[in-house]
Design a protein around this ligand. Structure first.
Ligand SMILES: [Ca+2]
Ligand SMILES: [Ca+2]
Ligand SMILES: [Ca+2]
Length: 294
């Protein structure tokens, strides 16, 4: 059997302790380390929130495009805080329930949201406004470009971490420097800008051309009328006939993506369409279509 191991600690009688000065220096160093740890944590937390807010803006941007492709328009803003669009409201908060998105950004606030009012009605007026070229509010200055403002289809504004300019509103106003704007109400324009003293908002926007390409694609509709009588090709969205086609003739029409079409025996639409393959009413989306009447 092994003998027990004995440990002994000898303290030299003449070993001196720490002086008060040495202890104070150590305490200061520990304090500095703890302080830098806290500030590093704060920086990382702020960066995480900012990245989440940017990601939310990007996701919302995509939701707006999908909504526009599906419905032919942009949703109006929410004016009463229930998350649903309010008909005719061009500026307010994001209608997150209409868009089926998360209600708030990383800072637990809803986004400010504004659209060009011509884009909220329907596909016809939206495409007409986009073809003509957007004019009027909302306007934006983008610090990645010139100092001049330009019209956009829609703007999304996250207030960022705080009321950086201290005016009592979490959205900020930058009234000095090359790029200026006021995200409180977009007057005279909204501003997309990197964070600086007095400004920490995060902004994203939809340009007219981007929306036009998703909203207003033209498609070909071929109609082969093998029947013995005339057929009227009616655009339900436009409320008008694209044209009429005598028996035995074929024609190709140009229509906007998303248009609902019906083949009728008389002009101006009908409740009972003429039999065809594929049957109408039918909506064109994504690609052209050939309809044949037997
Ligand atoms: Ca509402
Ligand atoms: Ca802010
Ligand atoms: Ca502010």
């Amino acid at each position: 059997m092994n003998p027990p191991i004995r440990l002994s600690i000898r303290i030299r009688a003449n070993q001196r302790g720490f002086t008060l000065l040495e202890i104070a220096v150590v305490m200061v160093i520990i304090g500095l380390l703890a302080g830098s740890g806290v500030s590093l944590m704060r920086v990382l937390t702020e960066r995480k929130a900012r990245n989440e807010a940017l990601s939310y803006l990007k996701d919302t941007h995509t939701s707006l495009i999908v909504f526009a492709e599906r419905t032919g328009r942009l949703p109006y803003a929410d004016s009463d805080g229930d998350g649903l669009e309010n008909n005719g409201t061009a500026s307010g908060t994001l209608p997150y329930r209409t868009l089926l998105t998360a209600p708030t950004d990383a800072y637990k606030r809803p986004l400010r949201y504004a659209i060009n009012p011509n884009l909220g009605v329907n596909r016809t007026s939206a495409c007409s406004a986009l073809r003509t070229g957007l004019a009027g509010t909302p306007l934006v200055v983008d610090a990645d470009g010139a100092a001049a403002s330009f019209p956009i289809a829609a703007v999304l504004v996250s207030a960022g971490p705080m009321d950086a300019d201290g005016d009592g509103n979490v959205f900020d106003d930058l009234a000095a420097g090359t790029h200026q704007g006021d995200n409180t109400d977009g007057t005279p324009n909204y501003l997309r800008h990197p964070p600086v003293a007095g400004f920490d908002d995060l902004v994203d926007y939809l340009g007219g051309n981007e929306l036009y390409s998703s909203l207003c694609e033209y498609l070909s509709l071929a109609v082969n009328n093998h029947s013995g009588s005339v057929v009227y090709v009616h655009d339900v969205n436009q409320g008008s006939d694209l044209g009429s086609l005598a028996g035995g003739n074929s024609a190709v029409y140009t229509v906007l993506s998303g248009s609902l079409l019906v083949l009728c025996s008389s002009s101006g639409g009908c409740a009972t369409p003429i039999a065809s393959n594929p049957p109408t009413p039918i909506a064109l989306a994504g690609r052209g279509l050939t309809i044949t009447l037997p």
